[in-house]
Ligand binder design. Structure first.
Ligand code: CO
Length: 137
């Protein structure tokens, strides 16, 4: 089951400048900054009530974020929905005809397991499913 809109992902050219702008916009600074090396991005997260804003800056010209900005410019990159059971949701959505971009959940930013759904199967929107990983160790 989808529980809620967890965050909006926004592709930015310059994370430092975007952090300053969003701090001004939201009246509060990011609560974390995190590199996700597998995706070649650096991210920052802002809490906005019950949801979050994730800013993403490419660290490599070949990364998906760099290609997105090249094609479409800065802006909303993905919409993330939270679930308690990502495997079950992936199965449900695949059976419903959505095209999953990864067959297994992968480790994303902010202690999450994530799976992406192709924008072509979701009205042009890149959808992220995410499930919190309980912190251990
Ligand atoms: Co995200």
């Amino acid at each position: 089951m989808i529980k809620r809109l967890e965050h909006l992902g926004i592709a930015v050219k310059d994370l430092k400048e975007a952090n300053a702008l969003y701090t001004k916009l939201l009246g509060v600074g990011p609560y974390k900054e995190e590199a996700v090396e597998s995706e070649h991005v650096t991210t920052s997260f802002f809490q906005t009530g019950d949801s979050k804003i994730e800013l993403l800056e490419a660290t490599d010209p070949a990364s998906a974020i760099a290609r997105f900005i090249e094609k479409k410019g800065e802006g909303i990159h993905h919409v993330a929905f939270e679930t308690d059971n990502i495997l079950e949701e992936m199965k449900r959505l695949e059976e419903a005809g959505f095209r999953l971009l990864n067959e297994q959940p992968k480790k994303g930013a902010d202690n999450k397991l994530v799976c992406f759904i192709h924008p072509k199967s979701a009205n042009g929107v890149l959808v992220e499913l995410c499930q919190s990983i309980l912190e251990e160790e």
